[in-house]
Design a protein around this ligand. Structure first.
Ligand SMILES: Cc1cc2nc3c(=O)[nH]c(=O)nc-3n(C[C@H](O)[C@H](O)[C@H](O)COP(=O)(O)O)c2cc1C
Length: 217
C-alpha cells in the first residue's frame, strides 16, 4: 500500500488525546505546507485556520465549557431523512466509550469533552470569509482533509468538530477572529490516547454504489 492509502485508511476521528504530549511545531508546519496544495475555486484558497495552544487554548476551552454547560450549541439539525444517522453514530461512539444508553450523566460528560477539543493540546478553528459561497467551502474541505491526512502520516490524531462552531461568538471573541469570518468547524490535533477504546472505533461506510452512479450511454 502507498503512504497515501495508509494515511487515508489510518485516519479516523480521535476523541481522547494525550493532553501533556505537545505537538511539535515543525510537524504542523510540514502538514500545512502540504495542505495548501489543495484545489479551490479560482484558486481563492478560502481556508482561514486559527491554531491555539497553551494559555490561548485554555481560555477558549474555559469559555466554551462555561457556555456549553448553560446553553445548547447552535449546530444545524439534520433534516428528518438523515436524523437517524446521528443517533446511530452516537450509539456507536458512546457505546465504544462504554457509556450505556440510559447513562445520562456519562453521555453529558462525554459530549462536553467536545468543547475541550477532547483534551488535544492544539485547537484549530476553521473559518471562511462570509462573502464566499458554498462552492468555496468545498475548497476549505479539500484543504482540511489534506491537512488531516498529512497529520495522520506524521503520527498525529485529529477530530473535525462542528460542535465548536456551535458557539461562534465565543470562539471569535477568545481568539480575536474578525467578524467577517464564518466559523465552520473546529479541529482537534494531538497524539491519540492509546488506552481510550473509542479511539479504535471504525465507523461503517455505505457501499460505493449507494452514493456513486456510473452512466455510460
Ligand atoms: C464537518 C464535520 C463535523 C464533525 N463534527 C463532529 C463533532 O462535533 N463531534 C465529534 O465527535 N465528531 C465530529 N465529526 C466526526 C464525524 O463524526 C466522523 O468523521 C464520522 O463519524 C466518520 O468517522 P471517522 O472520522 O472516524 O472516519 C465531524 C466530522 C466532520 C467532517
Amino acid at each position: 500500500m502507498s503512504d497515501l492509502e495508509l494515511a487515508i485508511l489510518e485516519r479516523r476521528s480521535i476523541r481522547m488525546f494525550l493532553p501533556d504530549r505537545p505537538v511539535p511545531r515543525e510537524l504542523i508546519d510540514d502538514a500545512l505546507a502540504l495542505a495548501v496544495h489543495a484545489p479551490s475555486n479560482s484558486n481563492v484558497q478560502p481556508w482561514h485556520l486559527v491554531l491555539a495552544s497553551g494559555a490561548a487554548r485554555q481560555r477558549l476551552v474555559d469559555a466554551l465549557l462555561a457556555a456549553a454547560r448553560s446553553t445548547p450549541p447552535r449546530v444545524p439539525a439534520l433534516p428528518p431523512a438523515f436524523a437517524h444517522l446521528r443517533g446511530e453514530l452516537g450509539a456507536a461512539v458512546y457505546g465504544s466509550m462504554g457509556i450505556r444508553r440510559d447513562d445520562v450523566e456519562g453521555r453529558r460528560a462525554a459530549v462536553l469533552r467536545n468543547w475541550e477539543f477532547f483534551r488535544a493540546p492544539l485547537a484549530g478553528i476553521v473559518c471562511m470569509h462570509e462573502d464566499l459561497h458554498h462552492v468555496d467551502s468545498l475548497g476549505v474541505g479539500m484543504f482540511l482533509q489534506t491537512l488531516l491526512l498529512a497529520l495522520t502520516a506524521r503520527g498525529l490524531g485529529t477530530c473535525v468538530q462542528v460542535s465548536i462552531a456551535g458557539y461562534p461568538d465565543i470562539v471569535r471573541e477568545q481568539l480575536g477572529i474578525a467578524p467577517e469570518f464564518t466559523v465552520l468547524c473546529g479541529v482537534a490535533i494531538g497524539y491519540p490516547d492509546p488506552g481510550f477504546p473509542a479511539n479504535r472505533l471504525r465507523t461503517p461506510r455505505n457501499p460505493v454504489e449507494q452514493n456513486v452512479v456510473f452512466i455510460a450511454d
